[in-house]
Write a protein that binds this ligand. Structure first.
Ligand code: GLY
Length: 351
């Protein structure tokens, strides 16, 4: 098992993370346990968790409907209601068993219930293992804007068990792998060279790769929890990718976060190359690798105009400046403010 030290808690990775969970539960003497899950983690992950952590057999199970469209204040009302009706107090623990929707929403509910109760994350998707569950960003979508209402509140522990990935589809593994590609490109050129050799989804989600990706993200979050500077680097691929994801979801198109971010990284690499942050050769290396894993996303004229609207409203931008986190060479980043709309349009048309 690997143990990574975060600001005020530990991240345990490996099959033995259940032992660490039992030690944590025995030490902390919570008054009530609440396990937040969705229909998938209820079926595929909860039985394993209860088998390995017998103390949790007394937990209240709160099952939510899965899906980003359920990451809303209405769902929070449901959870706050269930906590209240069952007598949750300040010493209760929320256990987020699921992907990013569960940890974002569960973390938000925990950070606001009675002005904050403890929560821990047991991520069950690759995306939540390497990104969503790490770093204390919590929240829900509001009026169609992703993560518009939320808090920064770190969990008391993260317990990552890669065996949960065995029931995930290849598409879901690739969904999480996009964030692994991102962290390598902005933070570690040696890791980039390592992942470029990976071909199968089994390799994409090995414990070693997950551990390295979490280590890199954690070291960034530790230095800049509130995203004043360095943490902005994690937005590479997300200015365009996030906007593309929102535009496609609005049109009821089937797209996953990582697929949109992969496309976003291709387009933002083009911008980085135009601004001489990376060479043509590096741009080709990035683009060829991403294209070898992800299918092309069709961007119609309608999608493009919707996407540009989202970019202009994005909370990643400061004032009137469009600020993009771009790679500077491979394995480093630079926040570049003043990306023009023309440059974005050119990157979209060349995608
Ligand atoms: N997912 C980006 C961040 O945690 O900052």
């Amino acid at each position: 098992m690997s143990i990574i030290k975060a600001n005020s808690y530990n991240i345990y990775i490996g099959e033995k993370s259940f032992d660490a969970l039992n030690t944590f539960l025995n030490k902390n003497k919570y008054s009530h346990y609440y396990i937040l899950c969705d229909e998938h983690t209820f079926e595929f992950c909860l039985p394993t968790l209860l088998f390995h952590a017998p103390l949790l057999n007394e937990a209240e199970i709160i099952e939510l409907e899965s899906g980003e469209d359920k990451k809303t204040l209405e769902t929070c009302l449901q959870v706050w209601g269930a906590l209240t009706d069952t007598g949750a107090d300040k010493k209760s623990l929320i256990i987020n068993l699921g992907g990013g929707v569960i940890s974002d929403l569960g973390g938000f509910v925990a950070s606001t219930f009675k002005r904050g109760i403890d929560c821990i994350n047991i991520p069950t998707t690759l995306l939540s293992m390497v990104d969503a569950s790490v770093g204390g960003k919590t929240g829900v979508d509001f009026e169609g804007i992703k993560n518009h209402i939320g808090t920064t509140a770190e969990p008391k522990g993260i317990f990552v068990n890669p065996t949960f990935l065995e029931t995930l589809s290849e598409r879901q593994i690739k969904n999480g792998f996009a964030e692994i590609i991102k962290i390598a490109l902005i933070a570690d050129d040696v890791f980039w060279k390592t992942i470029m050799k990976l071909k199968t989804t089994k390799e994409f989600s090995s414990e070693k790769i997950i551990t390295k990706a979490i280590e890199l993200k954690n070291s960034i979050v530790k230095k800049d929890l509130h995203e004043n500077n360095l943490r902005k680097s994690l937005n590479f691929g997300h200015n365009i990718g996030h906007a593309l994801e929102s535009a496609l979801i609005k049109q009821n198109k089937d797209v996953l976060h990582g697929e949109a971010i992969a496309a976003g990284m291709i387009m933002e690499s083009e911008i980085a190359q135009s601004l001489k942050r990376i060479s043509k050769k590096e741009q080709k290396e990035i683009t060829d690798y991403i294209r070898s894993i992800y299918k092309n996303i069709k961007i119609t004229k309608d999608t493009e105009s919707q996407l540009l609207k989202y970019i202009l409203h994005d909370k990643k931008n400061e004032g009137d400046d469009l600020c993009f986190a771009l790679p500077k060479g491979i394995g480093a980043y630079e926040l570049y403010c003043g990306v023009s709309i023309d440059l974005i349009k050119k990157a979209i048309s060349n995608y």
